[in-house]
Ligand binder design. Structure first.
Ligand code: NAD
Length: 455
């Protein structure tokens, strides 16, 4: 099939590459000329395991192309995916300007029957707005082309995106039940057939339910994280160990083990903004969501948990201290730093006068860009932040190590060397990567989340 993907970010690029991999002819469009340029020169603007190789393979086979030319893109695809960003607006609602701009562009250029797919995470009712936007543009051109807007939310996880796309646990298709909707559903089923060999993955439903499904999934996952974080803080006061509690509840099939790791809060481009957007949409329906408001508040507080522990141990004035920070990305295996807890932590340490040396296995370029923006009004603080290309170098001479992202390479470092490099043997662990008893044996003072440490 001929596919056009509008927006070549984390979702658009992975979708484009995976659909090319299954034999489709994919045209990826973006307004960011530098991204398209990089892609056309064999580079990839984001870090995602296996993506570069997959794109290279499909480029060589002539199945994937990159361009800024939306007119050509609209002409190419029988299916046009909208995979642009939906960042939070000032009031927390999803900012739909990029989605609607893409819809306008489609309406201005499309010819013949098209399936328009909303892959971006968008509030209930957006498919209808996309449909109306396209209809207005077609009317302005005084042409009639039939089309249908399908909601096909994406559930991939950054860091595991290719596996998630190629072996999805479900493919949600929200389709209208009019003639165009039925035709669109058939085309979408055909496109996804290679990912649905057991005939169990495709879940077809009405458009509004599909739109809400994506928010429901992210809200549920965010709720689990805030739940376990709240309990971790309680466990800590009571002398209980949250890791033991987690082991104790996970085997219950009604609960399960996933998404129950205590830590220094969730970040990323999805959970914070999607929880906020759902609360905002609900308020438009005069239906408050107190549970999700609490989930958000608990997470905001949890992003401060490491700072609270550091201040409790070392005092409010941190100007005499140097901290090594391991992990900047919001989670392992990505370079994405949107809403990353590391940003809150580092800003708070710098604001208290500390010096910070940070390291991340893949997010260093992104970190340079992000901190340039975050600290543009605080040049003195910015001057106290440096990035190290090596984790052990970052630790050399530091008063404490702070672990913020649970990259595999942090899980079993050479502890003797680590201890020798640190000025003080002191670790604050925001991801419960180490065992308190082992740290105690090594003579390392250890502060984790919701864990018992007897030094
Ligand atoms: P992103 O910011 O990485 O990429 C969006 C891209 O769209 C950018 O490259 C931008 O230049 C481009 N763009 C903006 N307006 C455009 C236009 N009019 N025409 C062409 N290109 C345009 O965003 P992302 O992380 O890929 O997320 C995209 C959507 O998917 C969001 O709604 C997000 O909530 C959702 N989502 C993201 C993830 C994830 O893990 N990142 C997972 C599931 C769903």
């Amino acid at each position: 099939m001929n596919i056009t993907i509008i927006g070549t970010g984390y979702v658009g690029l992975v979708t484009g590459a995976c659909l090319a991999e299954t034999g489709n002819h994919v045209f990826c469009i973006d307004v960011a000329a530098h991204k398209i340029d990089l892609l056309n020169h064999g580079g990839v603007p984001i870090y995602e395991l296996g993506l570069q190789e997959m794109i290279a393979r499909n480029r060589a086979a002539g199945r994937i192309h990159f361009s800024t030319d939306l007119a050509a893109g609209a002409a190419h695809g029988d299916i046009l995916f909208i995979a642009v960003g939906t960042p939070p607006d000032e009031d927390g609602s999803a900012d739909l300007q990029y989605v609607l701009a893409a819809a306008r562009n489609i309406g201005q250029h499309m010819q013949g029957f098209k399936v328009i797919v909303n892959k971006s995470t968008v509030p209930v009712g957006t498919a209808q707005r996309v449909q109306q936007t396209i209809a207005v543009e077609l009317a302005a051109r005084a042409v009639e082309h039939s089309f249908s807007v399908v909601s096909n939310p994406e559930f991939l996880k950054e860091g595991e995106a290719i596996g998630d796309f190629m072996q999805p646990d479900r493919i949600v298709l929200g389709c209208d039940n009019d003639q165009n909707g039925v035709r669109a559903a058939e085309i979408m089923r055909c496109l996804y057939a290679p990912f649905n060999r057991d005939h169990k993955r495709i879940l077809q439903m009405d458009v509004r339910s599909a739109e809400l499904t994506k928010y429901a999934a992210n809200a549920m996952l965010a709720t689990r994280i805030s739940f376990i974080n709240e309990l971790a803080n309680l466990a800590e006061c009571m002398g209980a160990d949250i890791e033991e509690v987690r082991r104790g509840i996970g085997p219950d099939p009604r609960i399960g083990n996933h998404f129950l790791s205590a830590g220094c809060g969730y970040g990323g481009s999805c959970f914070p903004k999607d929880v906020q957007a759902l609360i905002r949409t609900a308020s438009e329906y005069h239906q408050p969501l107190p549970l999700l408001s609490a989930v958000e508040a608990v997470n905001d507080a949890q992003k401060q948990v490491l700072v609270r522990k550091i201040v409790a141990r070392l005092g409010e004035d941190l100007s005499a201290f140097r901290f090594a920070v391991w992990g900047l990305a919001f989670k392992p295996n990505t370079d994405d730093m949107r809403e990353a807890p590391s940003r809150i932590l580092i800003a708070a340490l710098l604001a208290r006068g500390a010096t910070v040396v940070a390291y991340d296995p893949v997010a260093m370029d992104e970190a340079r860009r992000v901190f340039m923006l975050d600290l543009q009004n605080a040049p003195a603080a910015h001057a106290r932040l440096s990035l190290s290309e090596d984790p052990m170098q970052a630790v050399a001479g530091a008063d404490a190590l702070v672990v913020v992202t649970e990259w595999n390479e942090f899980k079993n470092p050479d502890f003797q060397r680590l201890r020798a490099q640190l000025k003080k043997p002191l670790i604050f662990d925001g991801r419960n990567v180490y065992e308190p008893a082992e740290m105690s044996e090594l003579g390392i003072e250890y502060h984790a989340i919701g864990r018992v440490y007897e030094g």
